[in-house]
Design a protein around this ligand. Structure first.
Ligand SMILES: [Zn+2]
Length: 521
């Protein structure tokens, strides 16, 4: 009785003292947009935000707000999550403006993962506290990478670990998981990770699996360099199965003329594994050119044993010059020739290897070796077939990623381009599919709690974009132009983009993955 009386009294007071105003006040309300929650059919409605959280989502919400945003004609969606980037250095930069990650915010990306491809910093505890003293514009989560682990324990040599070394590497993975990383990442294509056997990777991945992590892999071969694309996909799936861990195939692609057209066969392999109950997913960036370094693109694997110093030494060894040149020649062929390699930085930035070779009056192999000797420049490598790209993109287990890496327009344009080119222009995906595979699917796959969906109680990471204008401006010629069409971005309840401009607010956080209960000391 008393309770009923209280409720009634409250209602009376609200009605009496505030007149016609609704009883509930929030900080921010986004009104009248087409709302995609990340998992439901779109509807015309509102998103109400209180503090750092979403308070309510629905049509005609009965709230007043300190700030009301008119979203008529706009798409309202969960902030996008990018599961594969290389922006760790920017997030830890001394420069506060760099740490905002404008290239991502202006596309509506509010969370990014770092430490992919087996890279990143081995000191994950430091990485995951950095945002407290150096505020960041977006949220981030990290993998622990195989590269620094193997380098710390074994160095750069091409050999297997002994039992004690394997034990030390396992302990490093386990320790990182307990610090809150998402899982264990590898780049088995890259030396010295390429020197590891499947069994070695399984032993380490098992430590992450036991603690609820994901195995995220740039597979051993996306082309026809060593084992071949098909066998590399088999290996990734086998690692997941044998280590008892979900597998995510990084930036899935069929790279190079030898494997064009293989997407349907690769998709069939992943589907078969998924039918057995195994968790296998992939992410993809929407560009036909990949980005890497001149060394990784062209130098034969055997020449990289021992790292760059050893490679430079081999250049001076005339006894192996013929073999080295043949290896570079073959890798050039696989990647579509010297005209399909665009140098992205340094003295020759903006020119193709073919153009550089002509200017130097050299053949492309000689020019490539000379360039690698001078510096290991980033390159953009045009090597994918649009039919493969579309086939992968259609799969419900393929997420949007950028693989953000200097010199490639994918840093500034991946999400916007996927929408503009593959949703709006070509209809490869629906808008709803694009949004879900850029938010909720990614959060679910990697265990990002309370993000990726617009629902009551979730963290308020929100993007508002104009479906007629959302597009990338970055191109291979001008890779650092910000995207257009995003009018508002909210990160943890704070406006990071307002009226199409950065507010300068750094509201991002380091997100710690919670290891399986009882799996850590
Ligand atoms: Zn990669």
């Amino acid at each position: 009785m008393r309770l009923v009386g209280k409720v009634a009294l409250g209602a009376v007071i609200a009605g009496w003292s505030l007149g016609a105003a609704p009883a509930r006040q929030v900080d921010l309300i986004i009104r009248g947009g087409t709302v995609y929650t990340g998992s439901d059919a779109p509807f015309l409605g509102d998103v109400a935000i209180s503090g750092e959280r979403v308070r309510a989502v629905g049509p005609n919400l009965p709230f007043t707000a300190r700030r009301v945003i008119d979203a008529k004609g706009m798409v309202v969606a969960p902030g996008f999550i990018d599961p594969h980037t290389h922006i760790g250095e920017q997030l830890a930069s001394r420069d506060a403006a760099t740490r905002l990650i404008p290239a991502f915010l202006m596309q509506g990306v509010t969370t990014a993962f770092i430490g992919n491809d087996g890279g990143g910093d081995l000191d994950v505890a430091k990485v995951l506290v950095s945002a407290r003293t150096k505020p960041v514009g977006i949220n981030y989560a990290a993998f622990v990478g195989f590269g620094p682990i193997r380098e710390q324990v074994i160095g750069k040599a091409d050999r297997a670990p002994d039992a004690a070394e394997l034990q030390r590497m396992r302990a490093l993975v386990a320790g990182a998981m307990c610090q809150g990383v998402l899982g264990f990442s590898t780049g088995l294509y890259y030396a010295p990770q390429s020197f590891a056997s499947t069994a070695e990777v399984v032993a380490l991945a098992r430590e992450a699996g036991r603690r609820g992590g994901t195995y995220d892999s740039h597979i051993r071969d996306e082309s026809s360099y060593s084992v071949g694309l098909s066998a590399a996909i088999d290996e990734a799936i086998a690692i997941g199965r044998d280590a008892g861990i979900p597998v995510n195939i990084s930036h899935i692609k069929a790279l190079g003329v030898d494997v064009h057209g293989q997407a349907p066969a690769i998709i069939a392999k992943v589907e078969a594994a998924r039918r057995t109950g195994q968790r296998v997913t992939a992410d993809q960036y929407p560009w036909s050119a990949s980005g890497t370094t001149l060394t990784a693109a062209l130098m034969p694997g055997w020449a990289l044993d021992g790292g760059r110093a050893a490679l430079l030494k081999r250049f001076r060894n005339s006894a192996i010059a013929g073999r080295l040149r043949a290896g570079v020649q073959e890798n050039l062929r696989k990647r579509g020739g010297a005209a399909a390699l665009l140098i992205a930085e340094g003295k020759f930035g903006g020119r193709t290897l073919e153009q550089v070779a002509k200017a130097r009056r050299e053949d492309p192999v000689t020019a490539a070796i000379a360039l690698v000797r001078a510096e290991d420049a980033a390159v953009v490598s045009f090597n994918q077939d649009e039919r493969d790209i579309a086939a992968f993109m259609r799969q419900p287990w393929v997420m949007t990623s950028s693989d953000a890496f200097t010199g490639h327009p994918r840093v500034y344009g991946s999400f916007a381009r996927k929408y503009r080119k593959y949703v709006s222009a070509q209809g490869v995906l629906s808008l709803r599919e694009f949004i879900e595979r850029s938010s909720a699917l990614t959060a679910d796959t990697f265990g990002i709690e309370a993000r990726g969906r617009l629902k009551p109680g979730a963290y308020a990471d929100v993007v508002l974009f104009d479906p007629n204008r959302y597009a990338e401006r970055a191109s291979y010629d001008q890779p650092t132009l910000l995207a257009e069409g995003v009018s508002m971005v909210v990160v943890n309840g704070v406006l990071a983009v307002d009226g199409g401009r950065l507010t300068g607010q750094a509201a991002g956080r380091a997100l710690k993955h919670r290891p399986t209960p009882g799996s850590c000391p």
